[in-house]
Design a protein around this ligand. Structure first.
Ligand code: NAD
Length: 462
């Protein structure tokens, strides 16, 4: 397929950067009413272009319509609406309670926009990822360059066409391109960079940001383990929930359950439950189903096929592919820690089952590997839940289901899965500087205190 994507000329990138700097310094992006208007424009764009957005996702991913409507349109729209509803509260200067003798100094934290930000996103939720960060930047009063992934080329092209029609171009610009264009962007000085993608490129981004001491938000991925304590869980319900979560976007989700750890004796019962759940979810099989997503491109399709060819695990469900775009949900049992399927994040519809002899072994297995973005644990054993809370580390810890993302909670990696948090107010916070301020009255006659008298002596003012 010929890419529809028109890249931004490299020589324009410096000008775009400088123009946004001028907009920021002129204070244009700061007034609350202006920010609110931009957020309403994002909502309008989503409302007026639903069919075109769904078509762009179909062209890139063959994303099912329901998944596009929910994950790529309703979700960012809900974020824009909730941000609109909360913006006044978030941006209010925060008064701080301090020692009584300092209270007359009016200690205040001003929610100050950091400046011009760079937003680099990936292809699995092309619209949602770019727009969620854009909403946060608008809310914080920061002009932004948006760099969608060139891999989801139809979406990136449409973003380049639509976004300038709805939000103020002097503050928000789409730069399209690949490595060359992103490299040029990274040479420039930004006031914050938000990057969503893999941890190899994250290191390139972090090194470039370090040159300018630019703060970063890194939303990365990794292998999110799913532990099933089969003795204390409803196995059929767990299977249904895990398969549902794994099937979204054909497993191309940063928080997809990557692999299962389960007590060895229950492995076969789990496989039966997964097959039962699959038969209900996709009675005619996933290949060719209108509710099942495709693999983004030939390179990723080939990567997944390669892994399926190299694993020594035993194929127990699925395994078929259409030779081009679709791979059905595929489960392997008796997968070992050193297997090909355990080398890196799968980011596709393959689910390896790694049997363990105990929950302690599951904990050690997880702790022997980089900190995952999410850790899922199915159990109703309170002591075991506590053990996972106390002895493991992951971006998020979720018991007894997969995927759900709660608006009031931070979405954040840790270690290899990233740093900095996103999600509504947390995205706003990433782009906001907490500017501490005191205003000491000329008339202040501070009460004596140990600290003050010490400072006062130092400055020789008593
Ligand atoms: P990708 O290849 O689209 O890369 C992401 C961005 O980085 C793109 O905009 C691309 O142009 C840019 N890029 C690529 N190579 C570059 C280079 N050498 N220098 C500068 N920029 C470069 O996407 P990907 O990295 O394959 O994305 C998949 C990963 O993203 C997975 O690991 C997934 O788990 C993760 N992810 C994380 C989240 C999250 O919120 N934590 C969400 C979605 C995806």
């Amino acid at each position: 397929m010929v890419s529809p994507l028109q890249y931004t000329p490299i020589e324009e990138i410096q000008t775009i950067h400088d123009d946004l700097g001028k907009t920021f310094r002129a204070g244009k992006a700061r007034p609350l009413v202006w920010r609110q208007h931009q957020l309403r424009q994002v909502l309008l764009m989503l409302r007026e272009n639903e069919a075109a957005i769904v078509a762009s996702l179909d062209a890139d991913l063959r994303k099912p319509v329901a998944e596009s409507l929910f994950g790529e349109i309703a979700l960012p729209a809900q974020r824009a609406e909730q941000t609109l509803a909360s913006l006044e509260e978030w941006t209010k200067p925060e008064t701080v309670t301090v020692d009584a003798w300092q209270q007359p100094w009016n200690p205040t934290i001003y929610k100050t926009p950091k400046g011009v930000v760079l937003i680099i996103a990936t292809w699995n939720f092309p619209w949602s990822l770019v727009l969620s960060s854009l909403i946060g930047a608008i809310a914080a009063g920061c002009p932004a360059v948006l760099k969608p992934s060139e891999i989801s080329a139809h979406c990136a092209q449409l973003m380049g066409e639509l976004i300038p029609k709805y939000v103020d171009q002097s503050a928000y610009r789409v730069v399209n391109g690949g490595v060359k264009e992103t490299t040029r962007l990274l040479e420039l000085k930004w006031d914050h960079i938000s990057y969503v993608g893999n941890s190899t490129v994250a290191r390139i981004i972090a090194a470039a940001a370090a040159k300018h001491l630019t703060p970063l938000t890194l939303e990365l991925g990794g292998k999110s383990p799913t532990v099933i304590d089969a003795a204390h869980t409803d196995l059929r319900l767990a299977a249904k929930r895990i398969l549902w979560g794994k099937n979204i976007n054909a497993g191309q989700v940063c928080i997809a359950p990557d692999y299962i750890l389960i007590q060895r004796d229950y492995q076969d019962a789990l496989i039966e439950a997964l097959k039962e759940a699959y038969a209900v979810m996709e009675p005619n099989g996933a290949l060719g189903s209108s509710t099942y997503c495709g693999i983004i491109n030939a390179a990723h399709y080939g990567r997944l096929q390669g892994l399926m060819g190299r694993t020594t695990g035993q194929l127990v469900m699925g395994g078929k592919a259409d030779g081009k775009k679709f791979i059905e949900p595929t489960v392997y049992k008796d997968v070992k820690g050193g297997d090909a399927l355990m080398e890196a994040e799968l980011f596709g519809p393959i689910l390896p089952i790694v049997p363990v002899d105990s929950m302690q072994e599951a904990i050690e297995f997880i702790n022997d590997r980089p900190h995952p973005l999410v850790l899922y644990v199915f159990t109703d054993d309170a002591e075991l839940k506590q053990a996972f809370i106390d002895t493991t580390l992951s971006g998020t810890l979720e018991f007894n289901d997969v995927i759900p993302n709660v608006a009031g909670l931070p979405f954040a990696g840790v270690g290899e899965s990233g740093y900095g948090a996103q999600n509504m107010k947390y995205t706003f916070d990433e782009f906001t500087h907490n500017r501490a301020s005191v205003d000491i009255p000329f008339s202040t006659k501070p009460r004596m205190s140990k600290v003050w008298s010490c400072e006062a002596n130092m400055y020789n003012i008593l």
